[in-house]
Every structure is written in C-alpha cells, then in structure tokens.
Design a protein around this ligand. Structure first.
Ligand code: MG
Length: 318
C-alpha cells in the first residue's frame, strides 16, 4: 500500500495559494490546503471521479496510459495501458466510462463488464481528427470536441493530416447519429454544461495555433446550440484547456502555458467575472469535482495531480 503524498511542503492554513478575488468566492475552506496526491506523469489530463468506487481515473497521455488513484489509501496503479493515448474522460448517466482516444481517433465507451464499444470514429466517411474532451447530457447524448492535437505528432498520438474541420459534435449513442453543433473554433477543447444544462461552455485553445484563448458559451436548444458568445477571454498569452461547473453555476477552468504566477485553476462567476484562483506549482490542463460529497477538486497539472477540498460541490458528477 502506498500512502498519499499529502500537503505541499510549505503548507499553512489558510492556504495562501487559494486566492479570493471577489466576495462571491465563498468556496475556500480555511483549514484545507492544496495537496499533491500523485506525481511522475508526463502530461496528466482527463480526470474523472468514480464515487461508487472511491477512485479517480485520469490520463497520462504521452505515456500512453490511464491511471487510477484510490482515495481511501492513495494507492496509484495503471488503469489501462496502452490507452491509445486517451485524453479526456467522463461518465455517462449509467456510470460507464466515456473516453477520447487520440491515437485511435475515436470516442469509446467502457461497458460495465469491461468491453470497449466504439461510439464514433468517423464523420461523413472521414476519420475524426483526434477527440479531446467529452461530456454527456442527461438525455444520454455524448458531446465532444475534435481539435486534433493527437495527430500533430507522435508525442500524443501519431502524425496525420486532418480530414475534417475541428468541430464540436453531439452524438446520440442510441441511433449512432452525430451532428456538428459548433464549427467556429480553431481548436475546440474542454466542454461542460451549466447545472441545469441550459448552457454549454466550450474552450477554444486555438492560441496554440494562432487563434484565440477563450471560453465560449452557448444556449442549449435540444440537439442544437444557439446564441454563441464569449464568456471569458482573459487567458492570453496563457490558455485554458478543461473546465467544470459547480452547483452554483460557477465555471472552474484550468490555466497554464505562460506566466507561472497564473498556473492553476480559475473560478468564474456565471456572469463571467473572475472571482477566485487556485495557484499550483505547475500548469494545469484539466480538472473535475469528486470525493464522496463532490466537494473535492482534482486538478491534472502537467506532471502531477493535485486535490483541494472546497466549500463547493461539483455539478454533473455521476
Ligand atoms: Mg483538453
């Protein structure tokens, strides 16, 4: 049995690395600190928490593996290897793991008996680029982004030419029908719904390829998205990648790639105001809420995974 790494060496309460920028950021626990719970990865991504099992699954993309961290005793083990350079993960409403595989250029579902079902690997006869991140709505639809970082080169997949625009898709798994729901992104990346699913937030990490660094918000109208607008665009020269909402509708998003003082996680109020920051010693790619009470934020940050108890509860965690 391995024990959790525990708090960072300079921990003291209240943790000064959890920064309140606005009175609305009432989510800081005074006697909770940022913990580095696991380290030794090349690029940690795609965290998803299993409340029924009490463990976190996440991707270590360049190592072509997925990891599992047990919350009870901090034991870390390989969940799946090779993982086809899996990036984003989530669970559907039946608790099944949904994964975006860079190298196989597909979205898969891991059935409860362990079999893997390919949900989609082509659109209009052409291979997907390399799906990045995914979320499932309460009607069972699978919404995912296809920016194609996994075909930029061998480190996160393999080199290939994109044959499709870098779109956001909605897939109905029961019919197998997919549709493009957004085609205005340079590199669509993380995505999540508001707690009532009337809004969806989608990251454009296109700054990596000469585009913007933004979170955009749409109204969800059944199987369509309407009324696209910019929700936050104060990330450049850094960028955000993954995001989740809490039950109050705040948007928690990753931050990294530029100023080390900005590395970590940001919290935006539903009106788009930046109200809080969680400062990490590494740039962060993605995050999720978890823990038995959904009040623990798990952050995949470059070579490590960090955790922080908050006075906030995640929305949409199965
Ligand atoms: Mg991503």
């Amino acid at each position: 049995m391995s024990l959790p790494l525990g708090n960072l060496p300079d921990t003291r309460y209240p943790d000064p690395r959890v920064e309140r920028l606005d009175p609305r950021f009432a989510y800081k626990q005074g006697n909770a600190a940022i913990e580095r719970i696991a380290t030794g990865f090349r690029w940690a991504e795609g965290p998803v928490y299993f409340r029924d099992g009490g463990f976190l699954v996440f991707s270590d993309i360049p190592n072509n593996r997925m990891m599992r961290w047990l919350e009870d005793d901090g034991h870390l083990s390989v969940f799946r290897a090779p993982s086809n350079y899996t990036n984003g993960n989530t669970r559907d409403r039946e608790g099944r793991l949904i994964s975006c595989e860079h190298d196989a250029r597909r979205v898969t579902r891991t059935e409860l008996d362990g079999r893997i079902t390919v949900l989609i690997d082509r659109f209009e006869g052409k291979p997907l680029n390399a799906p990045n991140d995914v979320v499932v709505s309460s009607d069972g639809a699978v919404w995912f982004t296809d920016p194609g970082y996994g075909i930029d080169g061998p480190y996160e997949g393999h080199k290939a030419e994109a044959e499709l625009p870098r779109n956001v898709y909605r897939l109905d798994p029961s019919s197998g029908t997919a549709s493009v729901v957004a085609d205005t992104f340079v590199r669509p990346n993380g995505l999540c719904f508001s707690p009532d699913e009337r809004l969806i937030y989608v990251v454009d990490s296109g700054i990596s390829h000469g585009g913007p660094a933004q979170i955009r918000r749409f109204d969800v109208d059944g199987a369509r998205l309407r009324n696209e607008r910019i929700f936050a665009d104060d990330f450049a020269p850094g960028m955000t990648d993954g995001l989740r909402t809490d039950v109050d509708g705040n948007v928690w998003c990753s931050m990294g790639w530029a100023d080390p003082a900005e590395d970590g996680v940001r919290c935006y109020a539903p009106d788009g105001d930046l109200i809080g920051k969680v400062h990490l010693p590494e740039g962060c790619a993605n995050l999720c809420f978890g823990g038995r009470k959904k009040d623990r934020l798990f952050m995949c940050a470059s070579t490590s995974v960090y955790a922080l108890y908050l006075n906030a509860r995640g929305a949409m965690t199965p």
